[in-house]
Design a binder for this molecule. Structure first.
Ligand code: NDP
Length: 248
């Protein structure tokens, strides 16, 4: 059962840059109207909105720090007020604050859990009534290989991303009798600012470990999102690995 995305409405958290902006673009190419969420960089968000509108669909940018429940509520409300419906929620916003556990401060820990994991509670809890009313509702959580196999200096990030996987499966179970599906995508190393922040020597070593010997492209994650939205009616509670073979 293929779902046409024309006139569907999608929120992409952290949709202004990197993987999120690519997800927003690919969904727009399929005809979906897009709500771009961003936190601090309004210029990047406005640029994305203009680019998406050129594709002939509607788009708005909404500032919201999704780690704050009142902001997340404002985001969902803005989407429903503008478009009258909500079909797709892509929980993509994320940050890293890498350091070994010995050096990790409580602030490093809390911030990463707040932005990567608590944000997903904040957005999904408000969006759920709308998504379960949709003809083919979708929640897609952007996790990470780090949530699957851990990462040196990433106890906070790994905990958040692994938490997302448990959340995904449990919510999928609870909503399986509705038309909503809930899935996670686990990207490998993707060439965005987040990965460009890794020191060159460390990055070279990482790339050498990837069986396909290259970083992934944001669009390769975005096409996974489109696949789950269009052809994923019978796929729920799953982890879609898009990682060049680094974790099988
Ligand atoms: P980027 O750093 O390139 O972009 C992050 C995006 O998230 C920006 O749009 C940023 O908006 C937004 N954001 C950050 N904090 C908040 C917040 N509190 N509220 C709302 N939006 C926020 O990241 P990537 O594109 O690389 O990563 C996207 C997702 O994919 C993340 O969840 C990441 O963990 C995951 N991932 C990335 C991998 C990679 O290799 N790049 C690998 C595996 C997973 P603004 O600029 O306005 O702050």
């Amino acid at each position: 059962m293929t779902v046409e995305l024309k006139n569907k409405v999608a929120i992409v958290t952290g949709g202004s840059r990197g993987i999120g902006s690519s997800i927003a673009l690919e969904l727009a190419k399929e005809g979906a109207n897009i709500v771009i969420n961003y936190n601090s960089n309004s210029e990047a968000a406005d640029k994305m909105v203009a680019e998406i509108k050129e594709l002939g669909v509607e788009a708005i940018a909404v500032q919201a720090d999704v780690s704050k429940s009142e902001d997340a509520a404002k985001l969902v409300q803005a989407a429903v007020e503008k478009f009258g419906q909500l079909d797709i929620l892509v929980n993509n916003a994320g940050i890293t604050r890498d350091t070994t556990f010995k050096k990790m401060t409580e602030e490093d820990w809390r911030k990463v859990i707040d932005v990567n994991l608590n944000s997903v509670f904040n957005t999904t809890s408000v969006a759920l009534p709308h998504l379960t009313e949709a003809e083919a509702g979708r929640v897609i959580n952007i996790s990470s290989i780090i949530g699957q196999f851990g990462g040196f200096g990433q106890t906070n990030y790994a905990a958040a991303k692994a938490g997302l996987l448990g959340f995904t499966k449990s919510l999928a179970l609870e909503t399986a009798r509705t038309k909503l599906t809930v899935n996670a995508i686990c990207p490998g190393y993707i060439g965005t600012e987040m990965v460009q922040a890794i020191p060159e020597k460390v990055l070279d070593k990482l790339i050498a470990k990837i069986p396909q010997s290259r970083l992934g492209e944001p669009s390769e994650i975005a096409r996974g999102v489109v696949f789950l939205c269009k052809d994923g009616a019978y796929i729920t509670g799953q982890e879609l690995n898009i990682n060049g073979g680094i974790y099988m």
